[in-house]
Design a protein around this ligand. Sequence first.
Ligand SMILES: [Zn+2]
Length: 286
Amino acid sequence: MTWQETNRYKTILHAAEAGKYGVIAAIAYNIEQILGLVQAAETAKSPLIIQFFPWAITATDGLLVRTAAEAAKRASVPISIHLDHAQSEAIIKRAADTLPFDSIMVDMSHYEKEENLAKTRALVEYCNARQIATEAEPGRIEGGEDGVMDTAGLKACMTTAEEVDEFVGTGVDALAPAFGNVHGEYGPAGPQLDYERFEQIRQQARGRVHFALHGTNGFSPETLKYCVAAGVTKINVNRLVLDDYYDHLRANVGKMPHTQLIEEGIQKVADLTVRWMEICGSAGKA
Ligand SMILES: [Zn+2]
């Protein structure tokens, strides 16, 4: 068997594509969140992708990633470990060479297109040589998040059909298209997604890549269900599954024993994540 047939990221997304459901790809910042996410996947009998910003590597010297990989290994359901928005060659090589990632997002979207494509191609090859799958962002999703370069000064560009072919040509396994989605927070009007554009992108891809949805803070269940029905299989989430946890901390820090604060925090992450797994249709699929 080739590594592509056993790579967790690829097998999880392949099954989601076939089963027409979305898989939660949740950012984690600490061990409570990792434990809550894994608990949710086991409770819901759902596949899961746990992902990290490069911040987690530098801030914890990779320990948080290793913890998640160990938790994934012990879990009774398929869980893969992903690096989101790796924006420099140095961090991508460090992650690929030294840490247990199943997949890495090679995000060169802050470069102009030709350079973006050339760098993406070379880094995809580097990751694949280490049996790591990849994701890339054609076009440019607006905004910034936790140590990820803010593109506010750069022009946000919606993904075009032409870019789909160019990026598929780099060998990536998944694309994160820009079709009105934004990193960070949406304005008062909420997300204004261009579904027609996404459908064109999907058709152009002709099943050669999976689709990752970035920028889901504040999404309604209906919007997310619509995106899954449209063909997105990797659902990047941040505050969508973590908000109850932060509310819990704000309300209870200093008012209960720290151990209880932690344990109830884990449960808050788990409960909210199960709800979104049900919304995405992945519950019961593992
Ligand atoms: Zn993103």
